[in-house]
Ligand binder design. Structure first.
Ligand SMILES: CC(C)(COP(=O)(O)OP(=O)(O)OC[C@H]1O[C@@H](n2cnc3c(N)ncnc32)[C@H](O)[C@@H]1OP(=O)(O)O)[C@@H](O)C(=O)NCCC(=O)NCCS
Length: 178
């Protein structure tokens, strides 16, 4: 199936308690297990909401979101100065409202077809359209090392250099740039 045709077939639905997900296999076992075993409990506990990208009965990708904030790290003043420059003077704070992409995965057999990009676009739209219920300026992700180039292509920036040798790195995206 071509990239264009698969994107046309996708429905994005919120994971509900009564839904069955039979199988999901991305490159990352923890992300597969989360979807199959934990995602509903996170929703029930109001800790994260999970959304599925469906083609008919098949789950081809998913993502989970939680409210969060971008918090000033005193040891990274240059990065914070850069962030502050995009906020009007009288509205500058030590933290800004954000939403965290807690988990995001595309099924192995559908990787490279634009589904990851569709997810980022969907999240951006969720937080900049008129139905938004609370202010949210940034997207944040604690990105897996292998996925760093993906997020960089989507214009996410590194928040700190302190995690440059870690397995995951915190990145942020300014929704005002959409
Ligand atoms: C990372 C992931 C979400 C990307 O999803 P995808 O549907 O394959 O991405 P897309 O097809 O939308 O690719 C968008 C762009 O990013 C690039 N890209 C995607 N994954 C990449 C990677 N691992 N390394 C380098 N570039 C990558 C693509 O080449 C494409 O570039 P282009 O716009 O120049 O053509 C997916 O590979 C995945 O689920 N990986 C395993 C789980 C994971 O790492 N999740 C992230 C947790 S933080």
């Amino acid at each position: 199936m071509s990239e264009k045709s698969i994107l046309n077939l996708i429905d994005i639905v919120k994971l509900e308690a009564n839904m069955d997900i039979n199988a999901f296999e991305s490159e990352d076992r923890d992300l597969n297990d989360f979807l199959l075993k934990d995602a509903k409990n996170y929703s029930k506990s109001l800790l994260a909401v999970t959304y599925l990208l469906q083609i008919g009965d098949e789950t081809v990708a998913y993502f989970s979101l939680s409210n969060d904030s971008l918090i000033k790290n005193d040891r990274e003043q240059p990065v914070w100065n850069k962030i502050n420059r995009i906020i009007p003077n009288d509205k500058r704070r030590r933290s800004y409202p954000a939403v965290k992409i807690g988990r995001l995965a595309v099924a192995k057999k559908h990787a490279g077809k634009g589904l990851g990009s569709r997810i980022i676009l969907t999240i951006q739209n969720m937080y900049i359209n008129e139905s938004q219920r609370a202010g949210c300026r940034f997207l944040i992700v604690d990105a897996y090392r292998d996925a760093l180039p993906f997020y960089q292509k989507k214009d996410f920036k590194f928040l700190t250099e302190q995690d440059c040798n870690d397995d995951t790195r915190i990145m942020y995206f300014d929704l005002k740039t959409v």
